[in-house]
Ligand binder design. Sequence first.
Ligand code: A3P
Length: 347
Amino acid sequence: MYTMDNQNNNYPWEIKDVEPQLAEELMSFFTGELTGFVQVGPKKYFLPHKFRQEASNIYNMPLRSNDIFVASYPRSGTTWTQELVWMVANDLDYEKSDAIPLTERYPFLEFSVYVHPLMKQRFIEENKHSEHKLKLLELVTGPGTQQLARIRSQRFIKTHLPMSLLPPKVLETSRVVYVARDPRDVVVSFYHLNRLIRTQGYVGDFKTYWNYFIRDLHHWTPYFEHLKEAWEKRNHPRLLFLFYEELCKDLPAAIRRVAAFLGKDFSEDEIAKLRDHLSIDNFKKNKSVNYDVMKELGILIPGEQGFIRKGKAGGWRDYFDEEMTAQADRWIADNLRNTDFRFPHLV
Ligand code: A3P
């Protein structure tokens, strides 16, 4: 079924509703969504129904020449890259990075579409005793474009949208750091996050989750289209393409690449200090980056694994049975056929 209510001259992509019966099935597993889902454009990017309200505002948002986007498919090392990029761009200002939570330093462009109005009402109800929390809630759940319009200093923007849903001049005007990760580790990590975060509220098992993911019936999929859109631009001077596995293997080298991209130069001691700051152990202890705000507001479910979790490459092996492993091999090979994209850790 086509619905045209979002279609206007300022938005080039068609937004189609996911067929109601399938949407009902999905909502029985993903309990944070209460209306339905859409698929956007020829690649059918899968997003919550509320994306209709934001699609054009995002696509047409005014850009600034010093904006820096950190973009990725979820669970690819976005938070890690965000802190790395922010530290480099801000000349290693540890004091400021400690003082201001990453969620404030980086508005999340499309997060508001993941907060269903009824869920938001619940969050407001639960936090109504505290002015401070209500304010925070508004900050975290309000449209990213509005938050960004209010910022006077240099803007750092987190997004999981693929390049084609971002403002078309993003690389002419601003800069993008894109980070990619082995999809098998992504899916394990995202499964845990979908259980942890009430806006997604996943209640099924891992195998069911995996099957939705590879059928492109999960948020921000199709995974490989997302990746390929950024990969095509990897030689653009305003896009830096990183791999999570590269950060794991040689973080100082990744720091140097980011520094070169942003026109900064640091000594070996400064790089070593930043490497320690970005280590998984320090990240787990760092209140500024570990999404304490979301915990404080009750958006994260207690008892599930945390936002900063294991921080290792290759953990998927503990989750995939033989059938899934073979399925993953085929799925990866099919998607990489006729492209020059390769994961560096797999060649
Ligand atoms: P795991 O769940 O596999 O541990 P994102 O920020 O895109 O949501 O990605 C989250 C993933 O990055 C999680 O993976 C998380 O643990 C990992 N991560 C976050 N900070 C990290 C760090 N400093 N070092 C290594 N991995 C990190």
